[in-house]
Design a protein around this ligand. Structure first.
Ligand code: NAP
Length: 314
């Protein structure tokens, strides 16, 4: 098999981290790594682009022989609208990324479930023993988005005892998860949820899915956790629901503008926790294996994994 030409197009500091893992994974798959490069001088010869949306490569027109673009990120909203890209686009589904997201979501769910803040912020000599946390089995949690990440989070929360519901675009059957789908299923998914986790992609159909109406569909005192994308939330509606107490707390990892400006009201709100888009990230060792598996598939004429539907935007 001739060596495929693989362009690594991401910030230069990422190349130093990824290069050994990609070479190792290529060797393990029996694929020559001599075509692995960061050199953009001969675009017509490139077969695959391992791609970060913040890379300098934004015009794919010169890449006339491209077989696929393999995104390093799970979110593809910055690529789907690129009309110069005609080749197949695969998003990142990485076991390491998923593990990290499960740990972050479980951690923040348990924080709110156990009421940890009361004691972390109450070390003032007052013996606050008036409430003991309920059991997980009495705390319904809903996950909006039942893809690679949402399903893994839903399963982990079920294993801890939480009654878990979920919502997706298409109908799904997932063991131990009460599933809802489509526009008609959203209210049912929200109506009992004491904790809601957003793991939807950012698409035209999901923008502002958390708005005054959907917030009102939640029980009073619900908690919102957003490691998905900032545009999923109508920020004014959420701030209003937080001010009224209808939403007790929002833990937000992603925002319309990142970094979140220092003047943004989320920073100062007493019932908001801001984390700086660190819920999880692609892990170079496990991600390199999935990237190379897609290259192997491309070279063998097999279908690529995790292709993006450009019409749906994810
Ligand atoms: P995925 O596998 O593509 O899953 C997306 C899920 O959302 C699917 O269940 C899909 O429904 C559902 N969905 C899409 N559009 C919908 C709509 N209009 N109505 C209802 N459900 C809809 O994506 P993933 O890998 O789980 O990742 C989810 C998102 O997490 C990413 O897009 C990214 O924005 C975010 N993320 C954040 C971080 C972070 O550090 N904060 C890290 C990684 C990823 P179907 O199942 O019916 O297709």
């Amino acid at each position: 098999m001739p060596a495929p030409n693989i362009l690594f197009a991401a910030k230069s500091e990422r190349w130093i981290i990824y290069e050994p893992h990609l070479r190792h994974a290529l060797a393990a798959a029996g694929i020559s790594d001599t075509g692995l490069t960061t050199d953009t001088d001969t675009p017509a010869e490139i077969d695959y682009i391992v791609y970060a949306p913040n890379s300098p490569v934004q015009d794919f027109t010169p890449y006339t022989g491209l077989k696929a673009v393999l995104n390093l990120w799970a979110g593809v909203e910055e690529v789907t609208g690129n009309t110069t890209l005609k080749a197949p686009l695969a998003r990142m589904v990485d076991t390491g990324l998923t593990e990290g997201m499960v740990e972050w979501c479980v951690g923040h769910t348990l924080r709110h479930h156990l009421g940890m803040d009361t004691h972390l912020q109450g070390q003032d000599g007052t013996w606050r023993n008036d409430s003991v946390p309920p059991l997980a089995r009495n705390r319904p949690v809903t996950v909006l988005g039942l893809g690679a990440l949402g399903q893994a989070v839903a399963k982990a929360l079920h294993q801890l005892g939480f009654p878990v519901s979920g919502w997706s675009r298409s109908a799904k059957t997932i063991e131990n998860v009460q599933t809802h789908h489509g526009d008609n299923g959203l209210t049912a998914a929200l109506s009992e949820a004491q904790i809601v986790i957003l793991l939807l992609p950012d698409t035209p159909a999901t923008e502002n899915i958390v708005n005054a109406d959907t917030l009102a569909a939640l029980p009073k005192g619900a908690i919102l956790i957003n490691p998905g994308r900032g545009p999923l939330i109508d920020d004014a509606a959420l701030l209003s629901a937080l001010d009224s107490g209808h939403i007790a707390h929002a833990t937000l990892d992603v925002f319309r503008t990142e970094p979140l400006p220092a003047t943004d009201p989320y920073w100062a709100h007493p019932n908001v926790t801001v984390t700086p888009h660190i819920a999880s990230e692609t892990r170079p060792d496990t991600a390199s294996q999935i990237i190379v598996e897609n290259i192997r598939r491309g070279e063998a004429g097999e279908p690529f994994l995790h292709l993006v539907n450009r019409d749906l935007g994810y």
